[in-house]
Design a protein around this ligand. Structure first.
Ligand code: ASP
Ligand code: MG
Length: 416
């Protein structure tokens, strides 16, 4: 039988009623004659709540009622705390996997849940941002042969040291794609609140439209620059392993969603079509670190420690100063990390008040037309303090964080 991997995000399993709906969807897929492997995220905001508990347990109240102090920042100081954080955060997905399995049972269909470790997901030992190095899905295959639906806890694996690891925020997509690859699945469907990939974040851009399809290259630029629909590592993995991803809505049974094409656009199509942007994404908060060349080595060591697993957006060296831009999404405690780093590069070298807006489209950075159009539309909208960076398939604007929503809307108007 053909295998379908379905992944359901946190909002799709936020409460028991929604878990039951997902169960019905899974059973319906099974009844259409497929073997089904389901990857689940933690329920609703569980991961954030667990993280907050980890931060709180590190805070010590002063006896005189004065401001609390943080005993040990939860990330950046010790590998031990990152290990314990993974032990804690991996629990979120285990709750949803067991409940979904029970819900499927109660519909008269056999199901069994597995943790990342039981599913054979082997990672490196980089706690809180581990990379998958191998998938050995033998237990999953055995259970599928027995006719069961297999539910897998997303976002986690086990290191070669047999430690529980997590894959970075949003990492359940990664679990789904890696399993789809290892199992030779015919489809990898990523279900969430939104009906696929939009031209802009529909919560900020009111006239954002759904895209029928997008190339993995374009999607990667969007995911790296703030589009939360699909995890960037997952898109990159799907591209490397030629897995087609389908982003769809959990709630809409007629959802057409978006197909992410791993092999990109065919040459005939590219030759015939005009070069135009297809979508825009924003990161409202990025970390910018300015480092004097003489301090580069100790500063980079500190960055690697406190912002481990955070995506590097760019690194530029001009004169005797290097500037590093980071997406801090995977950092569990940005304030603690900032404090530690300020001790090395000085507070003046650190800026967390800027964001970036990125316009994406095949080859748009190889024209002069589109960078100019971005500049013109920002100026016309009254924005003047920004830096522009052009890459092959994207044009990135760095600007004060509070200007991001306006810039996002202005750039969105350039999409035909
Ligand atoms: N629950 C994790 C997170 O919120 C992983 C995921 O949802 O994919 O980041
Ligand atoms: Mg989540």
């Amino acid at each position: 039988m053909s295998i379908i991997v379905q992944k359901y995000g946190g909002s799709s399993v936020a409460d028991l009623a929604r878990i039951k709906k997902v169960a019905a969807k899974v059973v319906a897929t099974r009844e259409r004659g497929h073997d089904v492997v389901v990857v689940v995220s933690a329920m609703g905001d569980t991961t954030d709540e667990l993280l907050q508990m980890a931060r709180d347990v590190h805070r010590v109240d002063q006896p005189n009622g004065a401001a609390e102090v943080v005993a040990v920042p939860i990330k950046g100081t010790s590998d031990l705390s990152r290990r314990e954080l993974d032990m804690l955060l991996s629990v979120g997905e285990r709750i949803s996997m067991a409940l979904l399995s029970m819900a499927i049972h109660s519909l008269g269909c056999e199901a069994i849940s597995f943790t990342g470790s039981q599913s054979g997901i082997v990672t490196n030992d980089s706690h809180s941002s581990a990379r998958i190095i191998e998938v050995r899905p033998y237990r999953i295959q055995d259970e599928l042969r027995r006719g069961r639906v297999v539910i897998v806890a997303g976002y986690q694996g086990t290191s070669y040291k047999k430690e529980v690891t997590t894959l970075g925020r949003g990492g359940s997509d990664m679990t789904a794609v890696a399993l789809a690859g290892a199992l030779g699945a015919v489809a990898c469907e990523i279900y969430s609140d939104v009906d696929g990939v939009f031209t802009g974040d529909p919560r900020v851009v009111l006239d954002a439209r759904r895209l029928d399809s997008i190339s993995a290259e374009e999607m990667l630029e969007l995911s790296r620059h703030g589009a939360a629909v699909l995890h960037d590592e997952a898109v990159s993995y799907a591209k490397r392993h030629q897995i087609a991803l389908h982003a769809r809505s959990t709630h809409d049974p007629d959802s057409r969603g978006t197909e992410v094409r791993p092999d990109g656009w065919p040459d005939e199509l590219l030759a015939a079509a005009a070069i135009v942007p297809c979508a825009v994404a924003a990161l409202a908060r990025i970390v910018s670190v300015s480092i004097k060349t003489a301090e580069l080595v100790p500063a980079m060591k500190c960055v690697d420690r406190v912002f481990a697993g955070c995506g590097v957006l760019s690194l530029d060296a001009v004169g005797d100063t290097a500037t590093l831009l980071l997406d801090p999404t995977n950092c569990p405690d940005v304030e603690a990390a900032r404090e530690t780093l300020a001790g090395v590069v000085g507070a003046a070298g650190l800026d967390t008040a800027r964001g970036c807006v990125t316009l994406v489209g095949h080859d748009i950075g190889r024209t002069t037309q589109w960078p100019m159009a971005v500049r013109d539309c920002l100026n016309a909208g009254g924005l003047s303090h920004y830096d522009l960076r052009v890459r092959e398939h994207s044009i990135r604007v760095l600007l004060p964080g509070e200007d991001c929503p306006l810039a996002l809307n202005l750039c969105h108007r350039l999409i035909p």
